[in-house]
Ligand binder design. Structure first.
Ligand code: FES
Ligand code: FES
Length: 403
């Protein structure tokens, strides 16, 4: 008999302030762990892709998607599910406000909505309606709509400000998880990372940046996710290569991207992304180098999302080749790492589909611009139509695979 390649391991954490220990495989996600192993079934599962927010719980006081967080990654941490707020004054106010404002019908999204609302009230005591809606955009409700939910949160914020409680929201002495954070074993949230297997080596081009030292190959890095894609454009490879060497023109083809400064190989700018409930605006800088002899370009950049403060690092390698009588082919390899709240999405297959779609849109815009249409640039990237298009592709794939 062969050995089990995925044996269960003991996982110890604090669940709603009580220590728990259960055996679970390293691939068990936190939602299954709390529901199936600990009997806390108040955490609901909707999409299981990190998109709907139904499974939101707090880990060390930060909201996380428990469907895409490994239980093993929460070893030694403090997890709070909807069952863990019995006498919490903020949660008491939120429950009452949800009831007063008719902020639920079937209640399926409510545990996740309340966890996110709790975080908003404590973290952003002066949030206005626009900010509340933005913060809530990662939680979907399919039957109530959001008017009542937003009103409920705003009423709690207002009541707490009037009572002078707003600034006490983050008082460490009243926080369940801060006690755990102060313990010798607690790790800062910054160190929390989603385990990711996407660490395969990227193709190393024999690239020599113009007149400079050899470009370092795009090496594999722990915690980075890698994706590949390609598109074709009906123009000669030299024409495409010349066009792609101008960072401003390159950015003009990428939905939502903007270059604010370009000096030599250094580029500064930002990219705005909207994808269903996910909304981000990364501002940062990149270094871009080209190898004319191989027709290979490498862009290495880093940026911070002004909304969630998530940090992204990414390398993009693009390689051009001629297609006999049909124009050019552009192969793109993208490696990235995400830290902060948006890291919750980086394991989702939806993100990979999103990037593939971005690359395809980039190819379309490049073709249009090369053919003289300078207006081709849908911005910002994504939006509801892109979400629908990505989901539709997934459904088609699932249907075509089913017997
Ligand atoms: S179940 Fe939808 S985000 Fe986790
Ligand atoms: S109350 Fe039914 S999904 Fe939100």
């Amino acid at each position: 008999m062969s050995a089990n390649p995925n044996p269960a391991v003991p996982i110890r954490l604090k669940l709603n302030a009580a220590p728990v220990e259960h055996l679970a495989t390293p691939r068990t996600h936190l939602a299954d762990f709390v529901r199936d192993h600990c009997g806390m079934t108040g955490t609901h599962l909707g999409c299981e892709h990190g998109v709907c927010g139904a499974c939101t719980v707090l880990v060390d006081d930060e909201p996380v998607r428990s469907c895409i967080t490994y239980a093993v990654a929460c070893e030694g941490r403090s997890v709070r599910t909807i069952e863990g707020y019995d006498n919490d004054p903020v949660m008491r106010q939120l429950r009452q406000a949800f009831s007063d404002e008719h902020a639920l019908q079937c209640g399926y999204c409510t545990p996740g909505m309340l966890a996110t609302s709790y975080d908003i009230v404590r973290r952003l005591p002066h949030a206005d309606e626009a900010r509340v809606r933005k913060e809530l955009s990662g939680n979907l409700c399919r039957c109530t709509g959001y008017v009542g939910i937003v009103r409920a949160i705003l009423s709690v914020l207002s009541a707490r400000r009037q009572a002078g409680d707003a600034e006490l929201s983050r008082n460490p002495s009243t926080s369940q998880s801060s006690a755990v954070a102060a313990s010798a074993n607690a790790q800062p949230w910054e160190g929390f990372s989603i385990v990711d297997s996407g660490t395969a080596a990227m193709p190393a081009p024999a690239a020599t940046p113009r007149g400079e030292e050899k470009a370092a190959p795009l090496e594999s890095r722990k915690g980075w996710t890698q994706m590949e894609g390609s598109f074709q454009v009906p123009f000669p490879v030299d024409t495409v290569w010349a066009y792609m060497q101008d960072p401003r023109r390159l950015a003009a083809c990428l939905p939502g991207a903007e270059v604010s400064e370009a000096q030599g190989s250094n580029v500064k700018g930002r990219i705005v992304i909207k994808f269903g409930p996910i909304s981000a605006a990364f501002a940062g800088a990149a270094d871009i180098t080209f190898d004319d002899s191989q027709r290979v370009g490498i862009l290495r950049g880093a940026g911070v999302d002004s909304i969630s403060k998530s940090r992204a690092k990414g390398d993009v390698l693009f390689r051009l080749s001629a297609i006999e009588g049909q124009g050019s082919r552009v192969d793109v390899t993208l490696a990235h790492s995400l830290q902060g709240p948006l890291a919750q999405f980086s394991r989702s297959g939806l993100v990979q589909d999103f990037v593939s779609r971005m690359i395809a849109d980039f190819g379309k815009n490049l073709s249009s611009r090369l053919s003289g249409d300078q207006s081709a640039r849908p911005a910002p990237a994504g939006g509801f139509s892109l979400l629908l298009s990505v989901l539709w592709q997934r459904i088609k794939r699932a249907v075509s695979k089913s017997p």
